[in-house]
Design a protein around this ligand. Sequence first.
Ligand code: RB5
Length: 144
Amino acid sequence: MLAIGCDHGGFELKNHIIGHLKERGVQLKDFGTYDETSCDYPDIAGAVCNAIVSGECENGILVCGTGIGMSIAANKVKGIRAALCTDVYSAKMTKQHNNSNVICLGGRVTGRELAFLIVDTWLDETFLGGRHQNRIDKIHLLEK
Ligand code: RB5
């Protein structure tokens, strides 16, 4: 199960991504927001990330205006490795090297078709493990 969420700045792009994921047959849970009324992105980032660390969901996608606020907030949650992606190469590498469990996108930055490529690349890539796992272990030591 994939968790997805947005604020008002990411609402339109999130809806496009949901449509794309459904076409791919991805099971998802939408944590809002559900309209373009102004809201606070940390609330949504918290809901999505808590669903991941609790095991309810496996991974997540967060969308705000730039993707920056969502990524800052998501990375405050223990166990979350959130990557802001604005290009396909970063989406590929953040799965291979960082085993990111969340990606963040900017609804006012990234167009719909590029967002689909970023999401597909990230979902289809696999983590390489090995020395990258050691580095991830060191990231999580920083949480202590
Ligand atoms: C909302 O106006 C905007 O600040 C938010 O969507 C996001 O871009 C924050 O980083």
